[in-house]
Design a protein around this ligand. Sequence first.
Ligand SMILES: Cc1cc2nc3c(=O)[nH]c(=O)nc-3n(C[C@H](O)[C@H](O)[C@H](O)COP(=O)(O)OP(=O)(O)OC[C@H]3O[C@@H](n4cnc5c(N)ncnc54)[C@H](O)[C@@H]3O)c2cc1C
Length: 399
Amino acid sequence: MTINLEVPAKFKLLVDQAHQVALGVFRPISRRYDLAEHEYPKELDMLAALVDGMNDSGEQGTGARGVRRSNDNDTDGVRNGGNLSTVLSVMEACWGDVALVLAMPRQGLGNAAIASVADDEQLARFDRVWASMAITEPGAGSDSAAIRTTAVRDGDDYILNGEKIFVTAGARSNAVVVWATLDPSKGRAAIKSFVVEKGTPGFTVERLEHKLGIRASDTATLRFADCRVPAANLLGSPEVDEGFAGVMQTFDNTRPLVAAMALGVAKAAIDETRDVLRGAGVAVDYDRPASRQHAAAAALLAMEADWEAAYLTTLEAAWMADNGQPNSLQASMAKAKAGRMATEVTLRCVELTGGYAESSLLEKWARDAKILDIFEGTQQIQQLIVARRLLGKSSAELK
Ligand SMILES: Cc1cc2nc3c(=O)[nH]c(=O)nc-3n(C[C@H](O)[C@H](O)[C@H](O)COP(=O)(O)OP(=O)(O)OC[C@H]3O[C@@H](n4cnc5c(N)ncnc54)[C@H](O)[C@@H]3O)c2cc1C
């Protein structure tokens, strides 16, 4: 079957709106909140309310909620749904500012996890939360099976103990989806995710990081000390040996979103560079071979081709999610390709334009891009997943 990867006409309005937000809201405050690290961008409140309204009225999910897969897989391969529209709008918004998108209330990665794996009762109960996602620990980054935060059943509750680091929106969100193990000796099989709301006794925000990039987004260390969480807040099956595949599936939906963020910031850099080159008298001619153009124009064409490859891979991964097709391979390919592309392209744009100073957003975009090649699985981890899938090897066989 062939796949038509043109942007569906029905998403045009959404993409246009995201572009207006990027241009009119994000860009003007971009530098300010990069400099004022840890200050909450209050301008986001109004936007978040707008997205809530669209979610309440629209047939497709918008934002983090858009990643919920339909139960109806009988699509004949023609559904352009929430995953695709979310990828397109996130990309466009990140053309404005990726850090501000990560700081959007109620659009956390925890919201995407809830949308992906919560049952209908939980979905309704957590409808209005802003949820961050806490997997990483001081001793467990790429190897998420090594987490040591524990959850022990006690009556109708679980009691959580442990420390989580690098939690995006960990301080500002009002809930967090925490990965904890029911039995550390059982590895992946015993890992479950729990929604823990702020204000739950025993749950504290310890500190915030000062970072290279995405400074408008808070990154927190969280502690859970005898933190009692209702058993009804466990997402997925409570049985050991069941459900890890389920929590991992969240990544199949969220990795294309991170790829979309990378596409957005890279496109911003390419567009800006094209303008700077034009201003310097270097025009890019799309009808002549790159080899016969100015070296800077040839470099721009090469970056655009690299961007396009990442874009198509990302659309494919999201489209497959909308059509109920297993997309782990494509989601990891998209994340690896787009993360690497954005890191390289944004730095190359700084190089081509001399946009190294605060007077240019290019230096900020080069800093912001790096995290997109790290969180939700690093470049190396995505390549490992791709290799396992292509070679038919398990995680025990290829590490
Ligand atoms: C700004 C920021 C925001 C973040 N937000 C979140 C969040 O919201 N929630 C959350 O849970 N986490 C978050 N993280 C954590 C992030 O997901 C981890 O940093 C990431 O998974 C890598 O883990 P690590 O830093 O422990 O590196 P490590 O796992 O120690 O890896 C170090 C290096 O070794 C490489 N490596 C590791 N294993 C292998 C292997 N098997 N083969 C080849 N190479 C390997 C890695 O690719 C990396 O280059 C965030 C991190 C940052 C910096």
